[in-house]
Design a protein around this ligand. Sequence first.
Ligand SMILES: Cc1cc2nc3c(=O)[nH]c(=O)nc-3n(C[C@H](O)[C@H](O)[C@H](O)COP(=O)(O)OP(=O)(O)OC[C@H]3O[C@@H](n4cnc5c(N)ncnc54)[C@H](O)[C@@H]3O)c2cc1C
Length: 392
Amino acid sequence: MKPDLFEAPDYYNLDELLSDEHKLVRQAARDWVKRDVSPIIEEYAQKAEFPEQIIKGLAEIGAFGPYIPEEYGGAGLDQISYGLIMQEIERGDSGVRSTASVQSSLVMYPIYKYGNEEQRKKYLPKLASGEWMGCFGLTEPDHGSNPAGMTTSFKDKGDHYLLNGAKMWISNAPFAQVAVVWAKNEEGRIHGLIVERGMEGFSTPETHNKWSLRASATGELIFDNVKVPKENLLPNKSGLGAPLGCLDSARYGIAWGAIGAAMDCYDTALRYSKERMQFGKPIGQFQLQQKKLAEMITEITKAQLLAWRVGVMRNAGTATSAQISMAKRNNVDMAINIAREARQILGGMGITGEYSIMRHSMNLESVITYEGTHDIHLLITGLDITGLNAFQ
Ligand SMILES: Cc1cc2nc3c(=O)[nH]c(=O)nc-3n(C[C@H](O)[C@H](O)[C@H](O)COP(=O)(O)OP(=O)(O)OC[C@H]3O[C@@H](n4cnc5c(N)ncnc54)[C@H](O)[C@@H]3O)c2cc1C
């Protein structure tokens, strides 16, 4: 793979909106990605393997629980810093960002928000340091966009719960020590349970043959009469709103992350367009190539403003789920389109692993599907503005 020469575009001087702390946090993540992710990621994506050696570095840049308070091992940062970390990581690879998103927003967040003090103290410091990795089990083979239909369930057996069912498409599942699992009780109410590797009847077979997010490990969660201790139930929130609250946090991070992937594709294509000569000129001198590049930087700039604004609203506690949906949907769509156009600017070289663009392009096919599909987010906006539910 070519050396990482990435330079971040900032067409509207948006850095003026950032504090010194934001810039420091971003720089640390950017330096780490250049040093520890870029040189190895293509090889791991090619062999479809998660690079476990990066876990320590992810913890060190604050990617595990960026906004979880320091007393629980988190970085105690604000939402903009969280977003910037996700942007920089996804600039390297969406699969690596997925690992960080799951650990932070889908495992640490529910334990922090819906767990009791004992659960927080037991799990959060180990998850923040990367000593334990976590996964989040919501999607099932027959219930993806409609998680309310889930059939995974647990029964109260007096001194423990008995959990049965299966989850599918679970990021980090093959190596996670801890799974936050969403299941229905006997009354049909959804609760979060913390399931640990080693519990009898719990297995996590890996999902193979992915053309997307190849450097991220994906698997199933199988529960065959798993005895879950009663103290592992998250006591402070139940119902579908509990997992959806986690998704808000992850979707917000994805809105930033997608900008990172888009910036990397744009920056690569811009550099290539100035170096590649055809018909005696750099291809960047042809109007058709300039149109692609000019549209890319316009879309990136709009996406940056969207993500920043949602971040400000999240800091103030006012961002709605629908506002977050809009940013996730727009920014991932923006990134996938830019990856496609950037690939064309590189001609044949664009399909090789010499450059990052094809990998980003394939990764974004998952990002546009998980955490609510492109269509589902559109329906969320539609419901929000009309008050009419088009889901069913
Ligand atoms: C690589 C990867 C990693 C993932 N990681 C996780 C994870 O860690 N944890 C987890 O719980 N899940 C995870 N997921 C699952 C992901 O969230 C689901 O794939 C996603 O929610 C879509 O569900 P589905 O695949 O079952 O598609 P479906 O729900 O079957 O949807 C298929 C198509 O139908 C459309 N559709 C569905 N309902 C409607 C409707 N009402 N109106 C209009 N169109 C509709 C959808 O938009 C989509 O285009 C992951 C997925 C992938 C690919």
